[in-house]
Design a protein around this ligand. Structure first.
Ligand SMILES: [Mn+2]
Length: 325
């Protein structure tokens, strides 16, 4: 009935595809990002099962856990209940997939463990920094997925192999495979480099040092770091705010991207912050409570520099305001 799975190219997407493919006996997998769907860069039809991605123009079956994607479908006037598959807000898409197939098949404990791993990784739900960095099979697999380096097509081939292997083997068995361990080691070397770059730029937005500020807008080339790593250097910070220049192809523009996320400590604070609300209050973007982003467009370099300062102060003011309510 279905002959292909189109899934998100992250840990949750790979596991969602492995489970869906296992139950529906599909081995043809295509990987995509949310932007590929939003901009319709892929042709998707009635024979496709879509996992962990926004709803395309149409598809055969859809599994998702992102609340914003459900709201989008409602806004487009599509009757969500008429789409085969299952959607509900959950920490991971694997959770949704398992719930769906659990209605028809018996779910063994190994699959439940996969859902717990996907929940932790996709919602960044950790008790502490040690808990986040702990040696767990899922963390090795996640690291191997995140590695971007390699010849063209190498990552896609790896993701396809990984998905098929996860249909037959447990997380610990897959994590022990040489293909996974080798890529995980390479990713950890990349992480070390990111940490060094973060260390060089580490500053704070506020005097109390609750918000780490990583301003890469002085760079003439695109900077790619995982801002989550900043909390290894600033374990008591509650949030990380990253500022980047936006590039048009390889040309730096006067536009700035702001992205902000709560640290593990920030997620555990008694005063719950909503970063999406901060971006909306500034009218530069949106997001959810734990992570949000925005864009500031400027006509000149001077305007950009003034706009950046104004925006940083406004973010801090909104943060303080939320702390009082
Ligand atoms: Mn997901």
């Amino acid at each position: 009935m279905y002959d292909r799975i189109v899934t998100h190219d992250d840990f949750d997407g790979v596991l969602s595809a492995a489970l869906t493919g296992y139950f529906l006996e599909i081995e043809n997998i295509t990987f995509a990002g949310p932007g590929d769907i939003a901009e319709a860069r892929l042709s998707i039809g009635g024979l496709d099962v879509v996992c962990d991605l926004p709803y395309p123009l149409s598809c055969g079956m859809w599994f998702d856990h992102h609340e914003a994607n459900l709201e989008d479908v409602a806004l487009r006037g599509v009757d969500e209940a008429s789409i085969p598959g299952l959607r509900f807000p959950a920490p991971s898409c694997v959770r949704v997939v398992l719930e769906f197939f659990g209605r028809e098949f018996e779910i063994d404990p190994e699959l439940e463990e996969m859902a717990e791993a996907a929940d932790r990784i996709d919602s960044f739900a950790y008790q502490s920094i040690e808990d986040w960095r702990a040696a767990r099979p899922e963390n090795d697999i996640d690291a191997a997925i995140k590695l971007k380096a390699g010849r063209p097509g190498e990552r896609r081939d790896f993701l396809r192999w990984l998905t098929l292997t996860l249909m037959d083997e447990s997380l610990p068995a897959v994590a022990a495979r040489e293909e996974v361990a080798g890529r995980a080691d390479m990713f950890r070397a990349e992480e070390e480099q990111m940490l060094r770059l973060i260390e060089k730029h580490l500053a704070y937005l506020d005097l109390e040092k609750r918000i780490v500020l990583l301003d890469f807008s002085g760079h003439n080339r695109r900077v790619k770091v995982l801002k989550n790593l900043a909390q290894l250097l600033a374990p008591r910070a509650l949030a990380v705010l990253e500022v980047n220049s936006l590039f048009n192809r390889e040309v730096k523009t006067n536009d700035l991207g702001f992205s902000m996320s709560l640290t593990i400590a920030g997620g555990q604070e008694a005063v719950r912050r909503d970063l999406g609300e901060i971006m909306r209050a500034l009218n530069i973007g949106s997001g959810h409570a734990g992570a949000a982003s925005g864009t500031l467009r400027s006509g000149s370099r001077e305007e950009m520099l003034r706009g950046k300062e104004r925006t940083l102060q406004a973010v801090l003011a909104q943060w303080e305001l939320q702390g009082k309510s």
